[in-house]
Design a binder for this molecule. Sequence first.
Ligand SMILES: Cc1ncc(COP(=O)(O)O)c(C=O)c1O
Length: 387
Amino acid sequence: MTTTEHSAPWETPYDTFSTKWNHYPRDVIPMWVADMDMPHAQVITEAVMRRMTENRIGYPGYGGKRLAEALVARLSERHGLHGLPAGNAIFMSCVPGLHATARALASPGDAIVVQTPLYGPFLDAISTARLQRQDNPLVPGPNGYEIDFDHLESVITPATKVLMVCNPHNPTGRVWRRAELERLADVVLRHRLWLVSDELHNELVFDGPYVPFASLSHELAMRTITLTGPAKTFNTAGLSTGITISHNEALISRVRAITHGLVSGYPNVLSEAAWLAAITTPEGDAWHQATLADLRANRDQLTAFLHDHAPRVAYHPSEGTYLAWLDVRAYDWGKEKPGDFLLEHAKVGLSDGLGYSPTGAGHVRLNFATTRPVLDEALNRLKPFLA
Ligand SMILES: Cc1ncc(COP(=O)(O)O)c(C=O)c1O
C-alpha cells in the first residue's frame, strides 16, 4: 500500500457495515468515530482469507500464544517495553479491558482518577462499576495540553485506588513525554495506586516517541496493566480484538476472575491472523509507514487551515492519534453543543466535546483519518463558520 494509493479519489464508503458512514444522513461528512477511511493492508486480507481457505477456524489450542509472543517482542524491540510475559495476557478489545480492569482493581465506593477530557468509555467504565471518578482536568499550555500535577495531588484521597491513563491521549492527541510519565509514576508509587494505561493509539505517533508506561521501571510495571490492540494503528476496529497484559501475574489473575465465563480470553482466530500479519510482515510495516505519512499530511493540512482560516479556534497540533481537539468556545455558537451546530449548518459530523467529561464543553473532536478530497471538502464546509 503506498501513499499514492491512499490518496486516490475517494468513493463514498456508505454501506450497511460502517457506523462511521451510516450514523448521519448522506449529505453529512462523518468525522466522528475513530475509524480510518483508508483501506486496511492487503496483507491482512490475505491472512484472513488464508485462515478461511485452510479450514482453520476451530478453537485455537494455543490460546493466542504466538500472537502474544509476537506482540511482546515488538513492544520490546521497538518501544523499549521489556520483560512482559506473553502468558500474562487476556485477549479482548480495549473497551472491555477498561471495564474489566476498573472492576478488578477497585471495589464499589473506591475512586479512580483520570485526566479529562477523556475518551468516553473510560468514564463509562468507572460509573458502571459504581466507582467514584476523580477528574484532574488537563490545562492548555504553550505546547499542548498538560497535566496539572498539583491538582492531581489534591484530588487523590484514601479512596483512590487506580490511575487510568490514555497514552497517546484521546481526544487531545497528546503523546505523553517520558518526563510527564515519570511524574505520574511517582504519584502512582507514592499513593500505592494501580495503573491502567490504554495504549491503543501507540503506533500512531507523529511527534514522540511513544513511551510505554510500564517501561519506566520494574516497580511501576508491577503496578501496571497495559491495554492495546490493532484497531487504531491497523484500522481493524470491527475485528474487535486487543490485549490486556501486565508484568504482574496477580493483577491479570484479578482481571481473569472478573472476565471468567464472559470473554474467551483468546483472540478470535480471524482477528489473530489479521493482527499477526500486520505486525510480523514487511507489507504490514510498509502499510503502517505509508498510513502514518498520510495521517501526518492530513494533520499538517488541518493545522495550516486552522491557522489561516480559523483564528478563534484554540488547537494544539495532535502529536499522535488521528484525532484533533478543537476549542471553539470563542464562537457564539461554540459554547453549547458545537457539534450539533456544525452538524446542522456545516453538514460535518464531529464528536461533541461533552462526551469527554464536562471540561469538554465548547469543544469538538475531529477525526482527520480520511482521504484528501474528503478532508478538503470538510474543511471548505467548516470555513465560513470558523472565520
Ligand atoms: C483510547 C481508546 N481506547 C479504546 C478504544 C476502543 O477500543 P476497542 O475497539 O479495542 O474496544 C478507542 C477507540 O477509539 C480509543 O480511542
